[in-house]
Design a protein around this ligand. Structure first.
Ligand SMILES: Nc1ncnc2c1ncn2[C@@H]1O[C@H](COP(=O)(O)OP(=O)(O)OP(=O)(O)O)[C@@H](O)[C@H]1O
Ligand SMILES: [Mg+2]
Length: 348
């Protein structure tokens, strides 16, 4: 009962909320009869004009969450419960026709691998025009103007030349920038970037994040950035949502989460990446153990086999997500209330 009250508290509809995901459940029904609860009761909100970072290890359910929002979950997956309220409409109640109008125009999804995002046989210009005409009738000149605008947003100025070329003529990083531009053609309210830098080198990753920041600044849209890299979320997000085994283990405004992580898993993730200036001299550690087997999750807390603070209760009882401070939710029986990642008080 306590948990329900806490979750309700987090979900109270506010006028500045663009997206509210409530108790989302997306399960995969495997031919063997096993059920993989890839997303199992996830709750979060994205405020208008803000950036939410979703972080978690491979297999934690980040992509299934983003694909559920777009309603493009692969077989044998099914959204079996919850609500996805976008601009006060539950997307799960819309017809496929209504949903296809929202996809690409009001919510855009950028994938991890920029090579698969384009048709290799069409020029960039042809693809931008095609993307435009899916949703709107317009003259060639209007479309061209909008394409120039969005290419500029991601720092591409030689648009005439770019539009005549084929995707293979560009590097993966450049293609990803063009794809971000293409995703912005209709000024979507929400841009979901699912590990947009993972397949790219370090310098290119920084370029892509910069392009996303520039686009957001100019268009003022909301962004969900999905990653397993704390470096990416720490640069770009306002709020952070940490996923483990299909559930939220911690959600919080960024600064607080980075300085005072409350969940042992968040602590592990932060320790495993170079993050704040003050941590430069500290040794980095990876989280011990392996991500859980999604078909056979432990009885209590899914993180318990890897947790250095595990207690008997953790092996028996699944911790529910609860509010421990204003705006901060944690699913842990024993949150780390005194832990700090840095002694540097200027980071407060
Ligand atoms: N097509 C599928 N068929 C069966 N199970 C799937 C399928 N797609 C995802 N899953 C299950 O859902 C879980 C979550 O997958 P998801 O792709 O959301 O992980 P992720 O957090 O995005 O990981 P990564 O960082 O590797 O992209 C996986 O562990 C897997 O068990
Ligand atoms: Mg993924």
């Amino acid at each position: 009962m306590k948990q329900n009250a806490d979750v309700k508290k987090q979900q109270t509809v506010q006028p500045d909320v663009l997206l509210e995901v409530k108790d989302l459940k997306t399960y995969f029904y495997m031919p063997s009869g096993a059920v993989v609860k890839a997303v199992d009761g996830v709750n979060f909100t994205v405020k208008k004009g803000s950036v939410l970072g979703i972080i978690g290890e491979s297999g934690s359910g980040k992509s299934v969450t983003s694909r559920s929002i777009m309603r493009i979950v692969d077989e044998p997956g099914k959204i079996v419960g919850g609500e996805i309220n976008f601009k006060n409409r539950n997307l799960l109640k819309l017809s496929e026709k209504e949903m296809s109008r929202i996809r690409g125009s009001q919510i855009s999804l950028i994938f991890q691998d920029p090579t698969t995002s384009f048709n290799p046989y069409m020029t960039i210009g042809e693809q931008l025009i095609e993307a435009y005409l899916v949703h709107k009738k317009a003259s060639k000149e209007e479309i061209k103007q909008r394409c120039i605008e969005v290419l500029k947003m991601v720092g591409i100025s030689n648009h005439e030349e770019i539009m005549k070329k084929y995707p293979c003529e560009f590097s993966a990083g450049f293609r990803q920038r063009i794809f971000i531009a293409m995703s912005m053609i209709f000024k979507p309210d929400l841009l979901i970037a699912d590990e947009p830098t993972t397949s790219l080198g370090i310098t290119i990753q920084a370029e892509i994040i910069e392009a996303l920041i520039d686009v957001k600044k100019e268009a003022g849209n909301s962004v969900i950035i999905i990653t397993h890299d704390f470096g990416v979320v720490s640069q770009f997000s306002d709020d952070i949502f940490v996923m483990y085994a299909g559930r939220c283990v911690e959600s919080s405004p960024k600064k607080k989460l980075l300085l005072y992580p409350r969940h042992p898993y968040t602590v592990g993730l932060i320790r495993s990446v170079p993050l704040l200036e003050a941590r430069k001299t500290k040794r980095l550690k990876s989280i011990k153990g392996f991500p859980p087997d999604m078909v056979n999750l432990p009885k209590g807390c899914a993180f318990s086999p890897r947790c250095e603070f595990v207690q008997p209760k953790c092996l028996e009882e699944q911790p529910m997500l609860r509010e421990i401070e204003e705006g901060r939710m944690v699913a842990c029986h024993y949150p780390l209330m005194d832990y700090r990642t840095s002694d540097d008080t200027t980071l407060e």
